[in-house]
Ligand binder design. Structure first.
Ligand code: DX5
Ligand code: ZN
Length: 230
């Protein structure tokens, strides 16, 4: 089971917004203040952008002991799960939209890594509902996946609340993760509805001091968790 930080929130900076020529320095810059490192894998097919794959995860693993939260925006994640696990991924999140979900979740489980399930803004929550108790992470996309630096989609907030109700009903410890346009203003909005894992790219690596940005994000989210209904 994936663990929450001591204050009940997990800060997961996305290296998509970091300098790909200096990923070691980027990861070092947040090491003391982040809980996880979010790795955005894009295949140029599921999303119209290409990023990185298992060799870069392996390089990060050699450099850092951080929890590597790999977000697979891929049409055929099943062909690569084993390679990500071997490279040192701590968790892999697949998208519901690619289908074959039960088999992919089972495949990731057998590899002994954390298992996440992501849902795009336009995909109804009903699609992921049957899998809530079977995964460690539910990733609610708060932008259309593919690029960093987009604006948070307010209309997705009710889906976070739906996810929270579903996790409660399932009696599971599934963590609700949000990704896209998360910053000190939007993190509290989704924290109040049940989000506990906060992915942020531009709000961390787009700032002059990424460590301070993590601390600011943590404070904003944690305050909303304490004040929130859940
Ligand atoms: C988008 C990626 C995100 C992205 C978030 O497709 O999944 O993880 O890096 O970037 P920001 O925080 O800039 O919206
Ligand atoms: Zn992501």
């Amino acid at each position: 089971m994936l663990e929450l930080g001591l204050d009940g929130v997990v800060i997961a900076p996305s290296i998509l917004s970091a300098d790909f020529g200096a990923l070691d320095a980027a990861v070092d810059s947040i090491a003391a203040d982040a809980d996880w490192v979010h790795v955005d894998v894009m295949d140029g097919h599921f999303v119209p952008n290409l990023t990185i794959g298992p060799p870069v995860v392996a390089a990060l693993r050699r450099h850092s002991a951080a929890f590597l939260d790999c977000h697979l925006m891929m049409t055929n994640p099943g062909d690569y799960l084993e390679a990500f696990a071997a490279a040192g991924a701590d968790s892999c999140t697949i998208h519901i939209e690619v289908g074959n979900t039960a088999a992919l979740v089972g495949q990731a489980r057998r590899l002994g890594i954390g298992v996440g399930l992501a849902v795009n803004p336009e995909t109804p929550f009903e699609r992921v509902a049957p899998f809530v108790g079977a995964v460690d992470l539910l990733l609610i996309m708060t932008v259309h996946p593919g690029f960093g630096g987009q604006s948070f989609m307010e209309e997705v907030v009710p889906k976070v609340a739906r996810a929270r109700s579903a996790v409660e009903a399932a009696g599971s410890a599934t963590l609700i993760e949000v990704d896209g346009g998360i910053d000190v203003v939007t993190a509290p909005v989704v924290a109040r509805e049940g989000a506990r894992v906060f992915v942020a790219g531009s709000a961390v690596f787009g700032r002059p001091d990424p460590g301070q940005a993590c601390r600011d994000l943590r404070a904003a989210a944690a305050q909303a968790v304490v004040a929130g209904r859940w």
